[in-house]
Design a protein around this ligand. Structure first.
Ligand code: ADP
Ligand code: MG
Length: 243
């Protein structure tokens, strides 16, 4: 479903900062890959390269056999098929919850209003907040806003969902409700790449854990392998700090 090959990304800050060095990752359909690593290790940059929010300097990104770095590739279609959920929700503040979920369905997917609204209502039910369709984002808790953001991404019928620390900005009591929605998606067979510090989620849901440090993937394996016998010392140190 996803094939990233030798991705390199340098930011000029103005000194060159090698945010990604030869990062390669294949993700099969239905697989859940959890990416962990210290702050600044390149996790967000990597995710952003997978839907071209960031343009890799070198390398290839294939989504379902389509090379998204090819300038001929319609990036709006790619973004519809690769849903992304951010730490900071990013809902449109001036639109109701329902409008947040219908707009891109109409403009990008070309659906009519009534089909878009019924799809939206179904998804709001799925994430457990159908009663909130008429309110504005600032009237919702952080956990509710994040569930709306997930529903909004799902409204595009994505083939892949990328999550960048989706629970890091939430009060602790709201983390569970968002992780529960993600667990349901994983169980239903969604292909997911999840950057998170929630190690319980990684252990329970990940098919594979990838550890990044200084712009590189330095360890990759099953949760069982990663949490019990990581080969790399930097991975062991990281686990000792957060567990
Ligand atoms: P992580 O998500 O693992 O914390 P990031 O991918 O956000 O790491 O960042 C990797 C490195 O690239 C960091 O050193 C960060 O400061 C730098 N970086 C990220 N985005 C930019 C940008 N737009 N401009 C300059 N430097 C950036
Ligand atoms: Mg990040």
């Amino acid at each position: 479903m996803i094939k990233a090959k030798n991705l390199n990304k340098i930011f000029y800050t103005p000194e060159p900062l090698h945010a990604l060095s030869d990062v390669s990752l294949d993700v099969a359909a239905g697989e859940v890959v959890v990416v962990i690593g210290p702050s600044g290790s390149g996790k967000s940059t990597f995710l952003r390269c997978l839907n071209r929010l960031e343009y890799a300097d070198e390398g290839e990104v294939w989504i379902e056999g389509r090379n998204i770095l090819d300038p001929a590739c319609d990036i709006n279609k790619v973004r519809a098929e690769v849903g992304m959920v951010f730490q900071s929700f990013n809902l449109f503040p001036h639109m109701s919850v329902l409008e947040n979920l219908t707009m891109a369905q109409m403009t990008v997917r070309g659906r009519n209003r009534s089909d878009s609204e019924s799809k939206a209502m179904g998804l709001l039910k799925k994430v457990g907040i159908s009663d909130k369709h008429g309110v504005y984002p600032d009237q919702l808790s952080g956990g509710q806003q994040q569930r709306v953001a997930i529903a909004r991404a799902l409204a595009m019928d994505p083939k892949v969902m990328l999550f960048d620390e989706p629970t890091s900005a939430l009060d602790p009591e709201m983390v569970g409700e968002v992780l529960d929605v993600m667990k349901t998606l994983a169980r239903e067979g969604m292909t997911m790449v999840v950057v998170t510090h929630e190690m319980g989620f990684a252990r329970e849901v990940a098919d594979r854990v990838v550890f990044m440090d200084m712009g590189k993937i330095i360890e990759e394996g099953t949760p069982e392998h990663f949490f019990t016998s990581p080969r790399h010392e930097r991975a062991r140190n990281f686990l000792n700090q957060i567990l």
